[in-house]
Design a protein around this ligand. Structure first.
Ligand code: ADP
Ligand code: MG
Length: 358
């Protein structure tokens, strides 16, 4: 059984198409992250699931029920917003119980649910405070608590951590992961932050321009990006892209004067293509000060960025800029002449015209 199914969903605002023929099936208990740059339609899709926007075409199913035209309150979803959306004049307890009181739930049941949510989110000492007297992290816990007390099937999160500072963001990220581990509810979580997506998701849907580019497990997306956009969007610093062509019947990649052996490439049939792009992550390039055995790419160090645990070398090779992650002891001064080796089994090859992975 699917917990959430989106079938051929299209949404137009006037004559602008914001979501285009989307399909997603979310399994019971699965954590799916919608990831993409600002304006790609993530919040719009979440609002469609929540019933806050009418869709133009397609269907939305939750727990095997067609809810396409159901009211938000009938969908069994709880939504958590970036802005918290708490009532400022009510205490935390008042905020948690408001919806339940409106629904005329018996007081003992309300008390039980508040006690459980407060325990799970560690907000017992805050119940009698008003939102104004809470930190951002505490407010977001209360906002999550409001979805929790409703005992919903599906949690929808819209950038819940974006208003928090970096340290709090990483703490609350771990808490959300723990919460999912404990509750095992289905969660659909929107973010533009690739670290949140990679760490939280069972599967990530990478979106661009209202279209899902790839829907897969985080490691699959990181290791085998479906196209150039996904490859460039995930990973920091970004994957290095070497423009060239494939030669020798697809057995080698010609980059400038260097011919790189592709026999270890783990993708599909390479063939000969006059415009191809070889994508290599910064941690999949080795730097050596002496020419290695076999072909290597000559390069020059431009900048050495020390990051604490490791170091990033920014290099110039055949007119393009490359980044390479090296151990701290592998640091090199600007101007150093080096040779680069590529880990081809971990590389991605793209057709430059279609931008699709080969
Ligand atoms: P994201 O959450 O990924 O940053 P949104 O879903 O908020 O993006 O917006 C997607 C696109 O839809 C944007 O280009 C935005 O300008 C447009 N959009 C959102 N709401 C409306 C609206 N009510 N009317 C017209 N266009 C809208
Ligand atoms: Mg948004």
């Amino acid at each position: 059984m699917h917990s959430v199914s989106v079938k051929n969903l299209t949404l137009n605002f006037g004559n602008v198409s914001v979501l285009r023929n989307l399909n997603i099936d979310v399994a019971e208990g699965e954590f799916v992250v919608l990831l993409g740059p600002s304006g790609c339609g993530k919040s719009t899709l979440l609002n469609c699931l929540a019933g806050l926007l009418d869709i133009s075409e397609g269907e939305i199913w939750i727990k095997d029920k067609n809810v396409t035209w159901s009211e938000p309150s009938e969908r069994g979803i709880g939504m958590v917003f970036q802005s918290y959306a708490l009532y400022p004049q009510m205490t935390v307890r008042g905020n948690l119980t408001f919806g339940l009181r409106i629904a005329k739930m018996p007081a003992p049941e309300i008390a039980k649910r508040v006690a459980r949510a407060a325990e799970i989110l560690q907000i017992q000492p805050l119940l009698d405070r008003k939102p104004g007297a809470l930190s951002g992290g505490q407010r977001q816990r209360v906002a999550i608590g409001r979805a929790l007390v409703r005992d919903v099937d599906v949690f929808l999160f819209d950038e819940p951590l974006s208003n928090l500072d970096a340290k709090l963001r990483s703490e609350l990220r771990v808490e959300i992961k723990r919460l999912h581990g404990r509750l095992k509810n289905t969660m659909v979580y929107v973010t533009h932050d690739q670290i949140e997506a990679l760490t939280l998701a069972d599967r990530i849907a990478v979106m661009k321009g209202g279209v899902i580019q790839q829907l897969a497990a985080p490691l699959e997306i990181y290791n085998r990006p479906a196209n150039l956009f996904v490859a460039g969007f995930i990973g920091s610093p970004s994957m290095n892209f070497l423009k060239g062509r494939t030669v020798d019947g697809g057995r080698a990649f010609q980059f400038g004067a260097t011919k790189i052996d592709l026999s270890g490439y783990a993708g599909g049939a390479v063939l000969e293509r006059d415009q191809a792009i070889l994508g290599v992550r910064p941690e999949h390039i080795t730097v050596s000060t002496t020419p290695s055995v076999g072909p290597s790419i000559p390069a020059e160090v431009e900048i050495d960025e020390h990051l604490g645990a490791d170091s990033l070398l920014w290099l110039k090779a055949d007119g393009i800029s490359l980044s390479v992650r090296v151990p701290v002891e592998g640091r090199l001064p600007a101007g150093a002449k080096v040779h680069l080796g590529l880990d081809i089994p971990k590389a991605s090859l793209f057709d430059a015209k279609t931008e699709q992975r080969i």
